[in-house]
Design a protein around this ligand. Structure first.
Ligand code: SF4
Length: 540
């Protein structure tokens, strides 16, 4: 649910210093009574002499657009509104779980009522996200919003910005057995190279999309197309991709993949060997042989350890491909869109023959099935040991149906990876390495649009976040080209002071709300409250 504030959009990417700009503790005392004298830094650099008087210049990214009255900048995020630079999207607030947004909004009618205690417990009712907050890249001035709030009596500070990221990409997990293309193959969008095929991880094909190489290292068109594709993916839209030597696939966060025009429904229950292991006991007594067809590991029940455990008799079946271990075969066919991610449509094409000397016999009952149960066939060997199609017994049909029942729905998962270890840190602190260290030592909770991130170990601040957990339309772009995405750093107020934070720019949450120009929305389901996640890191 979204609730929009009545007030005008935020008039400027930077909040004005002055009244309410010094952070206050819950007891009304300043967080930092005074700071050392510093060189005077302009809110805006001087406009170029040749710029028309009615234009405004945006300094939120290196493009430095000069915007005519009533017009937008090159990224459509800023405009010249009545002679003033305006960030056209409103600042997005994320409501604390349990806060009734409609009632809360009604309580604010006519302006912020001055209390953080609308729920009566002192906890901040909303979290200021980076969405719509504005940008200060390359962070030669403090972040647009540095907000003081409280959770369970703990004074916290959240530093909020929309980062501009050239070093960013999307890792897409596609739940499918279908062959999408060779590993390392180039992935194209609108004819331009935008990524490559990565590894397969147990029923899912990974793609790596975007990244600085495609954004800046190729032609201008490649960079623009890659950037537009990335922004769409981040905003949970469907994107069509073409894999060289492989399939056309449509992917989007939390959507089923569409491979060569066919929507994928089921993720396989496991590889062929795993499927044999899971269902062997349920087949026992109803079959003499089961072959689970799989592009990677095809399973043969009578030879498999699961069959040996049931003391099943040999069947003399000879399966194509390279035998790995008993009952497990590699490369029984080529990859494709047929049974179990192979290119076969006739399952018997992977059976080379039957050896009567090793157990083949007339009347032998054979089930062939794929790893999703979507393809299955039942055969009985005739007097010449030729498999003949026959009506599948109900008991076997039920187990095949159970394979399908155990398949999870096929989805695409879209994870955004971005490096925030550069100048963005200067918007947080005058000693950037202190932020890096504080994140690594878990003093600082990093979120993207309020959604939790995974911070990669090692150097820098490389974060990874599931875009499905971020609010809608969290991503933007600028024509450098680069991606614009929200990022927030939340920590205890004392820790912010200790790491050299811009204490003079701390605003109370109440002041941010009173200024208007925001909209509040519910968090995506299951997203933890960022302020609670921060205080939970260290006991008071
Ligand atoms: S591209 Fe957008 S952010 Fe960059 S200067 Fe122009 S209006 Fe501002």
């Amino acid at each position: 649910m979204r609730v929009a504030a009545d007030a005008d959009p935020h008039p400027d990417p930077l909040p004005q210093a002055g009244e309410g700009a010094i952070g206050l503790r819950s007891d009304g005392q300043p967080l930092e009574p005074a700071i050392e004298a510093k060189p005077v830094v302009l809110e805006h650099s001087r406009a170029p002499e040749k710029m028309a008087a009615d234009k405004v210049r945006c300094e939120a990214c290196p493009v430095l657009c000069q915007i005519s009255p009533g017009k937008l900048g090159a990224c459509d995020r800023y405009g010249n509104v009545d002679g003033k630079l305006a960030r056209l999207d409103t600042l997005h607030l994320v409501a604390r779980p349990g806060v009734d947004l409609v009632a809360w909004q009604a309580a604010q009618e006519g302006g912020w009522n001055g209390s953080l205690l609308s729920s009566g417990d002192g906890d901040a009712p909303v979290f200021v996200s980076g969405i719509g907050s504005g940008t200060t890249y390359p962070d030669y001035k403090p972040a647009p919003f540095i907000v003081a709030s409280q959770h369970e009596g703990v004074d916290l500070v959240t530093v909020v910005t929309e980062g501009i990221f050239s070093y960013c990409s999307f890792k897409v997990k596609i739940d499918t057995d279908r062959y999408l293309g060779p590993e390392q193959a180039t992935v194209r969008h609108l004819g331009e190279a935008v990524g490559h095929v990565s590894t397969i991880e147990y029923g899912s094909q990974f793609l790596s999309l975007g990244g600085v190489h495609h954004l800046t290292g190729g032609s201008k068109k490649e960079g623009r197309v890659a950037c537009e594709m990335m922004m769409a993916l981040g905003n949970k839209q469907a994107v069509e991709l073409e894999i060289e030597g492989g399939a056309r696939v449509v992917v989007g966060a939390d959507r089923p993949p569409v491979v060569d025009g066919v929507e994928e429904r089921r993720m396989r229950v496991g590889c062929g060997s795993a499927t044999i292991g899971i269902f062997a006991q349920q087949w026992f007594g109803h079959v003499d042989e089961v072959v689970v067809v799989d592009d990677h590991i095809t399973g043969v029940l009578s030879e498999h350890q699961a069959g040996k455990f049931l003391d099943m008799a040999p069947t003399g079946i000879r399966v194509r491909g390279r035998k790995s271990t008993p009952g497990r075969y590699f490369q029984v066919a080529n990859p494709g869109a047929g049974w179990g991610g192979t290119d076969i449509t006739d399952p018997l094409s992977i059976v080379e023959g039957w050896d009567a000397a090793h157990g083949a016999r007339p009347g032998l009952r054979l089930l062939m099935v794929s790893t999703t149960g979507e393809d299955a066939a039942w055969f009985v060997l005739d007097e010449q040991l030729v498999p003949r199609p026959a009506e599948m017994p109900d008991a076997v049909r039920r187990v095949v149906a159970r394979i399908g029942e155990n398949c999870e729905p096929s989805l695409c998962s879209v994870l955004y990876v971005a490096g925030a270890g550069g100048s963005l840190r200067a918007g947080v602190t005058e000693n950037p390495v202190a932020l890096t260290r504080s994140i690594k030592s878990l003093l600082v909770n990093v979120t993207c649009g309020g959604a939790p991130v995974f911070v990669w170990p090692g150097g820098g601040i490389t974060v990874m976040v599931d875009v499905a957990r971020m609010p809608a339309n969290s991503f933007g772009s600028v024509p450098t080209p680069a991606i614009v995405s929200p990022i927030e750093f939340t920590m205890r107020a004392d820790d912010y002071r200790a790491l050299g934070g811009h204490m003079a720019r701390v605003q109370r949450l109440g002041d941010v709300l009173a200024a208007g120009g925001w909209r509040a929305l519910d968090a995506e389901p299951g997203v933890p409250w960022p302020l609670a996640a921060t205080t939970a890191r260290r006991a008071p």
